[in-house]
Design a protein around this ligand. Structure first.
Ligand SMILES: NC(=O)c1ccc[n+]([C@@H]2O[C@H](COP(=O)([O-])OP(=O)(O)OC[C@H]3O[C@@H](n4cnc5c(N)ncnc54)[C@H](OP(=O)(O)O)[C@@H]3O)[C@@H](O)[C@H]2O)c1
Length: 284
């Protein structure tokens, strides 16, 4: 299959390239491919893709509060361009979205049909991207994922490993619940999704759920370091963007299609085993 991947140099993009290496891949990356430029459609149509995996985006949740217009231009405006081009090329579109489209008030796992109500600028821009993708490309699948980590790029796991080495004590938020997701496992699931005709919205996260505090404790335990992990509240963390407190996603539609992602603890253990030594020496 001829697949165009946007954000091919990003955290998920790296894993997609690895997992889909047998397919014909067109890699759309900055600076040649810029979602803010008007030639996005031209570039996508010229590649004649059968599928477009749109993983590029403005992904700094706190930065989006300061640069809300830029986040909206990239995540919504850029996605509209990608969706129109995918439709024009007759391609299927897989658009990566986020658990942060929800407000976190539900208290039980969010299902695909639950109404989004984002509470921060990043979530609003991704929600608008979802709406535009579904509007402009009839063959669209929105894939909501969460708490991604992998070998490439910055993420929570690498940050905790670095801080655990450098600091005697870590203060980590214990009142936000979500689903850690190994980027390699998500890429493998997307590979299987390509063999289905799913359209609409699916949730795709690691199985199980935890708080950031529990996630940090598990990471630290795999490092063998003796740093103390102290639970704090979201209010104490004083982040720029408001965070939804509960964004556990039920992956029901994917499960019905026979696709599940491993449990987050199993995935973390595998990640720390495979990449631990390298991650410990290169953490960014
Ligand atoms: N990371 C998470 O925890 C998480 C959670 C839920 C959903 N998601 C979604 O999953 C997708 C993949 O996430 P990720 O962690 O792989 O993100 P990432 O590592 O930040 O990768 C995003 C990619 O988009 C590129 N990009 C940024 N602005 C662009 C523009 N104007 N034009 C073209 N490309 C641009 C970035 O390039 P540069 O690096 O050169 O700027 C980067 O390669 C994103 O859509 C994100 O919203 C992520």
């Amino acid at each position: 299959m001829r697949i165009l991947i946007t954000g091919a140099k990003g955290q998920l993009g790296h894993e997609l390239r690895r997992v889909l290496h047998r397919e014909t891949l067109e890699l759309a990356e900055l600076p040649e491919f810029d979602l803010l430029k008007p030639d996005v459609s031209e570039r996508i149509c010229a590649a004649q893709p059968e599928a477009v995996i749109h993983a590029a985006g403005y992904t700094d949740v706190d930065g989006a509060e300061r640069e809300a217009e830029l986040a909206m231009a990239i995540n919504a405006g850029g996605t509209e361009q990608v969706a129109r081009a995918a439709a024009k090329a007759g391609a299927r579109l897989l658009y990566l979205s986020t658990d942060y489209v929800f407000d976190g008030h539900k208290g039980s796992p969010y299902r695909e049909m639950d109404e989004p109500n984002p509470i921060n600028a990043y979530g609003r821009s991704k929600r608008e991207g979802e709406r535009l993708a579904l509007t402009w490309c009839p063959n669209t699948l929105v894939i909501r994922t969460a708490w991604l980590y992998g070998a490439h790029g910055k993420n929570f796991v690498k940050t905790i490993v670095r801080l655990a080495r450098d600091q005697p004590e870590l203060r980590v938020v214990a009142d936000q619940h979500g689903c850690p997701t190994h980027a390699g496992d998500l890429a493998a699931a997307l590979g299987r999704v390509l063999a289905t005709d799913l359209r609409g919205v699916v949730h795709a996260t690691g199985s199980g759920s935890c708080t950031w505090y529990e996630f940090a404790c598990a990471i630290v335990s795999f490092t063998g370091l003796s740093v103390k992990v102290v639970p704090i509240t979201t209010a104490e963390a004083k982040r720029e963007a408001p965070r939804p407190l509960y964004t556990v996603l039920a992956n029901r539609v994917l499960a019905e299609a026979g696709i599940t992602l491993p449990h987050w603890e199993e995935a973390l253990g595998r990640f720390m085993g495979e990449f631990g030594a390298r991650a410990f020496s290169e953490v960014s």
